[in-house]
Design a protein around this ligand. Structure first.
Ligand code: NI
Length: 263
């Protein structure tokens, strides 16, 4: 049983076969899926997918590269949705300096990252963090706001194995997807080697980052078998063991949030 912790099935590239694809995932062993919002309009689309399929859950948040039009009204929309049991995280949120060089806009990214972290604290949900080319600022900002008191995952982890250890110390999970199967994935392979399996989550970031041997094609959660295989190989475990432990990890992270809300 596989828990897919990060997909974007609201993406328009799934418009022609979304329903068919989502409906068949459980028969391929993909028993739970978190569809993660990135743009402002995708927040409502995520909620809609979570309403339509038992095995689909939602995360609400605005990606650092999608902040055009971001406002307190959007935070309120997220807060309202977060009260519903099928919304299990705030995300994806964070910093992306790869696409953004302008200091003022980078500051805006930091401001809304902090605001959405605060929201996660208020509503008692874990966070899904996107961080690209912003290793130092992400880590120091999280230290400053005491992110160790907010559970979460560093999604599509791309930094050093040493920094991964720091995040694990903070209580965070490390999201691993198709990149681990790429030939040039040395750093991520080393991170997987050195990170306890109890801290790793499976994710695709569909439709992006399709693993080998299908790299270059549209990604979907069925491709996670290749990620599982690769992690099993790195860790000297069976694929079944990897599925079992990462399944439990995802439950520990995303479904304790629900309990926090109910209490
Ligand atoms: Ni994503």
């Amino acid at each position: 049983m596989i828990f897919e912790t990060h997909a974007h099935y609201d993406d328009e590239c799934f418009d022609h076969d979304r329903g068919e694809l989502l409906a068949q995932l459980p028969s391929h062993g993909i028993k739970k899926v978190i569809n993660v919002a990135s743009t402002i309009p995708s927040i409502e689309k995520c909620a809609e997918l979570a309403r339509s399929y038992d095995h689909v859950y939602g995360a609400v948040g605005v990606h650092p590269s999608e902040l055009e039009g971001m406002s307190e009204a959007v935070i309120e929309q997220m807060r309202t949705l977060a009260a519903w049991e099928k919304i299990v995280a705030i995300g994806e949120i964070g910093l992306d300096y790869y696409w953004e060089k302008e200091p003022a806009i980078r500051q805006k990214q930091r401001d809304w990252f902090i605001r959405q972290m605060e929201l996660s604290r208020e509503v008692g949900l874990p966070v899904i963090i996107h961080s690209r080319d912003a290793a130092e600022d992400t880590f120091s900002l999280m230290k400053d706001i005491h992110a160790e008191t907010i559970p979460g995952v560093i999604h599509c982890y791309s930094y050093s194995p040493e920094l991964a250890k720091e995040y694990v110390k903070m209580g965070y999970y490390i999201g691993v997807g198709g990149v681990v199967t790429f030939k040039n994935a040395k750093k991520l392979v080393q991170t997987v080697e050195e990170t306890p399996i109890e801290r790793i989550l499976l994710e695709t970031d569909s439709p992006y980052l399709t693993p080998e041997p299908h790299r270059g094609h549209r990604n979907d959660s069925r491709e996670l078998v290749y990620v599982v295989e690769k992690i099993a190989q790195i860790k000297g475990m069976t694929s079944e063991e990897v599925e079992e432990v990462t399944w439990k990890n995802a439950h520990d992270l995303f479904f304790s949030g629900e309990k926090m809300k109910q209490n």
